[in-house]
Design a binder for this molecule. Structure first.
Ligand code: NG1
Ligand code: ZN
Length: 518
């Protein structure tokens, strides 16, 4: 077929560097931008096939996310705005690593296995900067938006507008309307309470926050720093820096007790923080966010008289205090999955309401179709009393404010701001819900990180032999301690995590465990 001949010709213009093999990992392909050209070309082809197969629009996102500017990544987004299925991750790896002369064979293999009708039209949304004109011709190039905005638009497009209108403007309208409805329930908010310091990580989120501000009609007063006008992407700023370093980003002027938050470079993660009157830094990470949101939702469900099961999905990195609080005090189901949002997303789909957050601030809330239907029906129920009516309306607006396709810094931020406003809580009140166990995360470089294999949602190592026994005996030396190691899915390192009753103990345990990894 002529189209195969063209693909073959064009792909020679985007040669695969010799000897380079890459794997489609937790968040797509991650590598230095200079190695991404052939990947971009081939992912354009794969997205086209996926679109023909699903008869839907597929998204392609090019982003450095929380990594340095020169590191980059590309991933595919499936019809409902979710990550592409595992089978297709395999195809992606296969296609990315094919040598020039076997590329067509690999393509035809996929077409045959998936029984793809090549005469179907294809539709692909791309965000980022594909360099090649052929790739651009295959796709509707969308310019620059945040990762979650692309997920949102793909979902809108494939649900024919049910989820919202598939434009950035539609996104602002949907979210701001829901936010304004929610904050109407917060009485006497002062300007101080409406004020939030936002660190944009010098990424796209800052730009998009500026665009969104007029839609929020002064109900939020955003003070932006690291807005991309001078600094480098994620350099000394952004959600990952703040979470891992446990300190404020550069370039932010924080008053005592003032609420602050940081996005990551593509605005799919968020963490909050403040400093107290002694100058002490307090982090409100993904675990604190999950706790705040699930407490709020649980209360509304009770007030609405709705019997829906709510669960919180976490990973091994969740602070032990958060898990204990959720299970023992809040009495909600907690489930632990492997690292990587696709695992959390999948687990959260099992419940009426699934709140999922990685400790690093990537997360969202999923409402099952049945739960949404029950809530929508109750909104119309003429027999509800005032308390019930209010609770159900709040639930409805909260659903509209949440980007259910993927973790979204802007959407999460608005949910958090609304919840704090409705409950009249300050950052300190929120922080006081439970006290984090001091913890430490370290990276260790080893010759082959894949020799470490884990089980039990990555909380225990099964190989190399003896490693887990060593970790167990080290952990026993400390109080309230826990530690685990796992190979990173996005960097060539082994990650070590430790928590204990004091910071000194957590640091020392993390250090001892990292020595055991060598
Ligand atoms: P790896 O490199 O596998 O630890 C990191 C994050 C994940 C996830 C992915 C994708 C930590 C400890 N790990 O994965 O949670 O966000 O990047 O971005 O934060
Ligand atoms: Zn990101």
């Amino acid at each position: 077929m002529a189209q195969f001949e063209e693909v073959s010709q064009k792909s020679k213009l985007h040669p695969k560097p010799e000897g380079l093999t890459l794997q489609y990992g937790t968040a797509g392909f991650r590598t230095h931008a200079k190695h991404l050209d052939h990947i971009m070309f081939r992912m354009g082809l794969l997205a086209t096939l996926r679109s023909k197969k699903t008869k839907s629009t597929i998204g392609v996102m090019v982003t450095a996310s929380h990594n340095p500017e020169e590191d980059n990544g590309v991933k595919l987004i499936d019809p409902m705005g979710e990550m592409v299925t595992a089978m297709w991750e395999g195809y992606a790896t296969q296609l990315a690593n094919a040598e020039q002369d076997s590329l067509l064979k690999e393509l035809k293999d996929i077409i045959e296995k998936e029984d793809i009708n090549m005469s179907e039209p294809a539709s692909v949304y791309v965000v980022g900067l594909p360099t090649d004109m052929t790739v651009q011709r295959l796709m509707n190039y969308y310019g620059l938006v945040t990762t979650p905005q692309l997920h949102y638009m793909v979902c809108c497009c494939n649900t024919h507008g049910c989820y919202g209108s598939p434009t950035v403007e539609g996104y602002y309208q949907k979210l701001s309307q829901a936010f304004l409805q929610l904050t109407q329930n917060a009485l006497n908010r002062t300007d101080d309470q409406k004020r939030l310091l936002v660190d944009g990580a010098n990424g796209i989120g800052a730009l998009k926050m500026r665009e969104m501000e007029p839609f929020l009609r002064s109900e939020m007063q955003v003070v932006l720093s690291n807005d991309g006008s001078s600094g480098k992407l994620n350099h000394m700023c952004g959600a990952d820096y703040v979470k891992v370093q446990q300190k404020a980003p550069q370039g932010m002027n924080m008053g005592v007790g003032e609420r602050c938050c940081s996005f990551d470079g593509d605005a799919d993660r968020i963490v909050y923080y403040y400093t107290d009157s002694k100058g002490c830094f307090h982090l409100l990470d993904g675990d604190k966010i999950a706790t705040l949101i699930s407490t709020y939702l649980k209360e509304l469900l009770t007030q609405a008289g709705l019997n829906l099961q709510i669960a919180v999905v976490q990973t091994a990195y969740a602070n032990g205090s958060s898990t204990r609080y959720l299970e023992d005090v809040m009495k909600v189901t907690v489930c632990c999955t492997k690292t990587g949002v696709k695992h959390l997303h999948h687990a959260a789909q099992e419940y009426d309401i699934g709140v999922y957050f990685e400790a690093n601030g990537h997360g969202t809330v999923l409402f099952s179709k049945a739960a949404q239907k029950q809530i929508q029906e109750l909104v119309k129920d003429p027999n509800s009393n005032d308390e019930r009516k209010r609770a159900v309306k709040l639930l409805e607006s909260t659903i509209n404010l949440i980007n259910q396709t993927v973790g979204d810094a802007i959407s999460d931020m608005l949910v958090i701001e609304a919840v704090l406003a409705i409950r009249g809580m300050s950052a300190q009140d929120w922080d006081a819900i439970y006290t984090d166990l001091p913890n430490r995360q370290l990276k260790v470089t080893v010759s082959d990180r894949r020799v470490i294999d884990t089980t039990d949602a990555e909380r225990r190592a099964v190989s190399p032999e003896g490693l887990q026994d060593t970790i167990d005996s080290l952990v026993k030396k400390y109080k309230s301690a826990r530690s685990f190691v796992r190979p990173s899915g996005t960097e060539d390192v082994v990650r070590v995590y430790a928590e204990a009753d004091t910071q000194e103990s957590a640091d020392s345990l993390a250090h001892e465990v990292s020595l055991a990894v060598y």
